[in-house]
Design a protein around this ligand. Structure first.
Ligand code: HEM
Length: 238
């Protein structure tokens, strides 16, 4: 009978998959974005339509330029499964809110959209958000009721097909041979950080965010992270 010694067993365990790396590396970023005041308010029993409308507009000013860059990238392989900005515009129309045309829009100069690994990391974050979107959809229905029944298209963007789309995204990430894992996890972590900073600045409109602040925010969060991969990759500058 073959008995594997613990050390040998460890040596034979396969390296983490790309999706494992993404999960480990972005776990604390997910916790941080979930803890932002506007995300916490989304789930609150006393949430109101005007707060929801403000959040949708803030998201639109982030997601629309992001989608444009994803769609116009050369050889664009990683794309979102549906237009989130269209979903946001539909939700705003349903709530009879006019999206302000002169709103300041997010900038993504720190991200190289021509790089497939970067786009893969960004798609991981936004396609994954459709999972949490189900929790949010239920909370919005519970707390805001009838007025939002047709105004949750952003959070429920796949109307019941989120599991299928999510599995397809993960498969695509695992099966694309040329992805660079460190570029990919950095982009995923970076986009979480940039969205968090954008949403926080929306809660405090006098505060402008710079790319330097986003990097600083990510680095300090990673150094406190309980995830060993996050801390290790921060030390070696991954
Ligand atoms: C109140 C806010 C949020 C809540 C309550 C929430 C909740 C969740 C839940 C329940 C899951 C599914 C976990 C599982 O099935 O294993 C999930 C997954 C995920 N969420 Fe969120 N989420 C929130 C905000 C966000 C935001 C703003 C983003 C990014 C734009 C995001 C990105 C992701 C990703 C990438 C995953 C997939 C993680 C993985 O399994 O690989 N979430 N979230």
């Amino acid at each position: 009978m073959l008995v594997l010694m613990p050390a040998l067993n460890l040596a034979l365990s396969p390296p983490p998959s790309r999706v494992d790396l993404l999960r480990r590396h972005t776990r604390s970023a997910h916790e941080a974005i979930e803890a932002t005041p506007c995300m916490q308010r989304l789930m609150a029993a006393d949430y109101d339509i005007s707060e929801y409308g403000t959040l949708l507009q803030r998201l639109l000013a982030y997601v629309e330029p992001l989608e444009l860059l994803l769609n116009t990238a050369p050889k664009a392989r990683f794309q979102l499964g549906c237009s989130r900005s269209e979903c946001l515009r539909t939700d705003l129309r349903e709530l009879a809110i006019n999206a302000k045309p002169d709103t300041q829009r997010a900038s993504f100069s720190a991200f190289d959209f021509a790089d497939e690994s970067v786009r893969a990391g960004i798609c991981y974050v936004f396609e994954g958000s459709s999972l949490g979107g189900q929790v949010i959809r239920r909370a919005l229905h519970r707390n805001l009721g009838t007025p939002v029944v047709n105004a949750v298209n952003y959070f429920d963007c796949y109307h019941g097909n989120h599991g299928k789309i999510w599995r397809k995204t993960l498969e695509q990430i695992e099966q694309s041979p040329n992805l660079d894992p460190s570029q990919m996890v950095n982009a995923a972590d970076g986009i979480f950080g940039s969205l968090r900073a954008w949403l926080n600045a929306g809660d405090n409109p006098t505060q402008n965010i710079s790319q330097h602040q986003i990097s600083h925010l990510n680095a300090s969060r990673q150094s406190q992270s309980k995830c060993p991969f996050a801390r290790f990759s921060n030390w070696i500058g991954l």
